[in-house]
Design a protein around this ligand. Structure first.
Ligand SMILES: Cc1ncc(COP(=O)(O)O)c(C=O)c1O
Length: 420
């Protein structure tokens, strides 16, 4: 184990992350839990927030807050400029062609639901088909099922192999004249599989079918370029990428967003209202009814600055090192099954322990200050595919250390002793 770490450290390129310095940015990481240093390994559920983002929120609330787009006074103009400035940062971060292609939402779930209501309900009907994958989070399944119930649309599912990799030949075989949308995750939250999104999008486009990508687990961890992917829609959440809760993004190609119907009606999404007729605002405002989470949007802009400052590629490399190290350490543990062993994998380690329920694993690890997620990870079809009710899941981020992996492994050994 130690030798694996030594090798990894020796192989680190110049410019690798200074994790100690990064950790100093995150006040919450110095917490002790049950008298032990916190090892926060539940980043796929939600990441922690650096002081830079916290400070940005405080600066906004203490010196910049007013409602946006509505008044000519100083504070309203300031808040509007910062809110729109954050949109431009996000546009550059994901390389969207235009800032109007960035719609603020409450998160990934909200973004998928927006496409379901604005695109699905408007353009899909009885007999049409939507292709999803076996690896989806519930938030990229349930909205489409609601559409199926309402409109008589049908879901087709791309299966995966025992490693958790999608079967691409099966995927290609699912297309027919009724296929109207593909909705796939970029990275599986339950297994860590990185899907070949660009190729899958190209396949769909050859059939003239648009693609929505759930990027909740991708944008925080790897460089995402929506123009290079050529996706039609791309959804992600702020709270998984060092930003606040309550904010996320739907990227959509301008011509797709323009075709879409608004989902919520109200202030700010209109150009004019009479009792006879209302005309809608231009994109993205057409989809941002009412007072939006202004502070959270500005906070997300600060999170983007933070991640850019550290370097997304360096973050990805560090997480990969942690994954390799942890996977090697797990291989030494008897009775541990890693669920999800794709060739191309993000820093998510889902596992089961022979004879121990994952909830017991999580509870005992918590006594050691180690925070992992246990359960079905809002991906019950994945659990069904692998014939298990749940897993324990460690998921890493830029501030995690090799010592925290050691704490996880030591905690698992303790679980095994207790249940031995
Ligand atoms: C792959 C994936 N999609 C969607 C979501 C939903 O994100 P949110 O709860 O922020 O809307 C998650 C959250 O865990 C996720 O991991």
């Amino acid at each position: 184990m130690t030798s694996a770490r030594t090798v990894l450290h020796a192989l680190k390129p110049a410019g690798a992350l200074d994790v100690a310095r990064i950790r100093a940015d995150f006040p919450i990481l110095s917490l002790e839990v049950n008298g032990k240093p916190l090892a926060y390994l539940d980043n796929a559920a939600s990441s922690q927030t650096p002081q830079q983002v916290i400070d940005r929120l405080v600066r906004y609330q203490t010196g910049e807050h007013a409602n946006i787009h509505r008044a000519v006074h100083y504070l309203s103009e300031k808040a509007t400029a910062e809110y729109e400035g954050a949109r431009r940062k996000i546009q550059r971060f994901i390389n969207a062609r235009e800032e109007r292609e960035v719609v603020y939402t409450r998160g990934t779930t909200d973004a998928v639901n927006l496409v379901m209501h604005g695109y699905g309900r408007a353009f899909l009907g009885a007999g049409d088909e939507i292709i999803v994958s076996q690896l989806e989070h519930h938030s990229n399944i349930v909205p489409w099922q609601m559409l199926c119930e309402e409109k008589g649309v049908r879901l087709r599912v791309i299966p995966c192999n025992d490693a958790g990799e999608l079967l691409l030949e099966d995927y290609a075989g699912l297309f027919n004249a009724n296929t109207k949308l593909v909705a796939i995750t970029h990275v599986s939250n339950a297994l860590g599989t990185i899907n070949p999104a660009k190729d899958m999008i190209a396949t769909a486009h050859r059939h003239g079918v648009p693609v929505l990508v759930d990027g909740a687990q991708a944008v925080p961890h790897m460089r995402v370029d929506v123009q290079d992917l050529d996706c039609d829609f791309y959804a992600f959440s702020g709270h998984k990428m060092c930003g606040p809760t309550g904010i996320g993004v739907l990227y959509g190609k301008a011509h797709m967003l323009e075709r879409m119907k608004p989902f919520e009606g109200g202030g700010d999404m209109i150009l004019s209202v009479t009792f006879e007729k209302t005309t809608y605002n231009a994109i993205p405002y057409k989809f941002e009814a009412g007072t939006p989470p202004i502070a959270a949007a500005i906070g997300l802009g600060a999170a983007v600055d933070y991640l850019e400052g550290v370097g997304v590629d360096r973050i990805a490399a560090h997480e990969h090192d942690l994954l390799v190290y942890a996977t090697e350490a797990f291989a030494q543990l008897k009775g541990v099954r890693i669920v999800g062993t794709a060739q191309s994998k993000a820093a998510v380690l889902s596992f089961t322990l022979q004879g121990v329920h994952p909830h017991d694993v999580g509870t005992i690890l918590n006594e050691d200050g180690v925070a992992v997620r246990t359960g079905h990870h809002c991906a019950q079809p994945v659990m069904q595919r692998f014939g298990i009710p749940a897993t324990a899941r460690a998921s890493f981020y830029l501030y995690n250390t090799f010592a925290e992996v050691d704490a996880l492994v030591a905690g698992i050994r303790r679980v095994q002793k207790i249940f031995g």
